[in-house]
Ligand binder design. Sequence first.
Ligand code: NAD
Length: 490
Amino acid sequence: MKPIQNKLFISGKFVDACDGASIDVLNPHDNSVITRVAEAKAADVDLAVQAAARAFPKWSAMAAAERGKLLLKLADRIEAEADDLARLEAMDTGHPIRDARQIDVLRTAACYRYFGGMADKFQGSVVPVEPGFLNYVQRMPIGVVGQIVPWNFPLMFTSWKMGPALAAGNTVVMKPAEITPLSTLRIAEMMAEIGFPEGVVNIVVGYGATAGQHLAEHPGVGKIAFTGSTAVGRRIVEASKGNLKRVQLELGGKGANIVFEDADIAAAVNGSAWAIFHNQGQACIAGSRLVVHERVADEFLDRFVGLAKSIRVGDPLDPETEMGPLTSALHRDRVLSYVGVARDQGGSILTGGKAPNNAGLAAGCYVEPTVVRAKPTDRVSQEEVFGPFVTVTTFRNDDEALQIANSTEYGLGSGLWTRDLSRAHKMAAAIRAGMVWINSYKRVNPGSPFGGVGQSGYGREMGFEAMHDYTEAKSVWVNVDAVIPPHFKR
Ligand code: NAD
């Protein structure tokens, strides 16, 4: 493996924090220290914002195709170093290596490639206004963009944010989660080697309450793009008000995954297990509420619980592992605390609800795949648990299924399993969510908008929507040969 980068990346250089502070980065498999990473505070964030501001005029004036070329090179480099990068991500986050290699790394490369290609294809427009005038609309980059990401998919999420921001001509100050900064620093290293100009991307690893808060408040930042919890999302909105910076929020979710009575049960069982247990359920779009028609509930649950029990939980670096540890001990304890919450309200644990009974995993942050029977109004059916923890509830007809699906404050991902095309489209239209998957779950593609409604946030990542969100419209009026009668007759 290549040496692990553990400094801040500011103005094209890897540097220590101004006050020399650092953060231990742990491996959630056994809680051993992987490395100590420099810890950014306000002074370091200031330096990063200044570097990004200095880099902005040249970067934004560069031919869009040249910016795109650098992003395309980055995508190639990520693929060339895929094995190494996957290993680093697996160690830092607990993602099973086969997922890190086949999903995180490949989707990350695909994202940079998509936006690399997009850079010179995202165009303005000409508006048919009054005769004699030409009105054209340019999409202008915003300037310095602050980006804050959580720890659940660090490699992928930094690409979803940096890809469109850079393609559109912005410069970036990125704050990764303090517990999973390593793949982001590796990407910065690749960028430096490929020839991204200094200051175009700056990485400030630090805690949310210090570095994150300062970035969100910073008057030199034109936009803050945040992925994380709904509670912190609200704080970001507050922090951004000083200079009225633009805000984009990708927040929590409580995905309803509905299995109708006419579903292909085998496909629904498999897809629903993927929906919740991939990445140990630490996904905002996780299908964490199973809503199953009462007529097929017994058969479905029999097979679903059987599958959950058979999932191979273990060391993320073992290629046979299907589910790794949660990303931190703090988070594991939070997830396990929901077992008591479920029981207190009359819920029953159908499987899981504890750490695996395996001495080899005792030092790590492991939780067994957990299936809980609960009422739709119970806390476990309403609050985001963010772990391998799925609630199951039944319904009698489509109206009831829809009512349950739309009964949380969130509106991010959702799934439908049915062979009835007309029902599928009707339900997809009526579900309050940013994304609906029919007979599948958790599909993402750099071309397709990703984001939520309600308490799941606003704004969209990916596709043309992301390019819109990272640019401002500038309307230019030209009097070509219009004759304007004078307003003031003198
Ligand atoms: P979190 O909100 O605690 O932290 C997210 C990031 O914000 C981290 O980098 C953290 O350091 C930073 N932060 C914390 N406090 C801050 C503050 N006051 N000011 C600025 N930054 C601050 O979330 P988490 O526990 O790391 O991540 C899990 C959450 O993220 C879940 O709620 C999940 O649903 C959500 N999430 C949403 C999406 C989406 O696209 N909608 C994707 C993944 C995760």
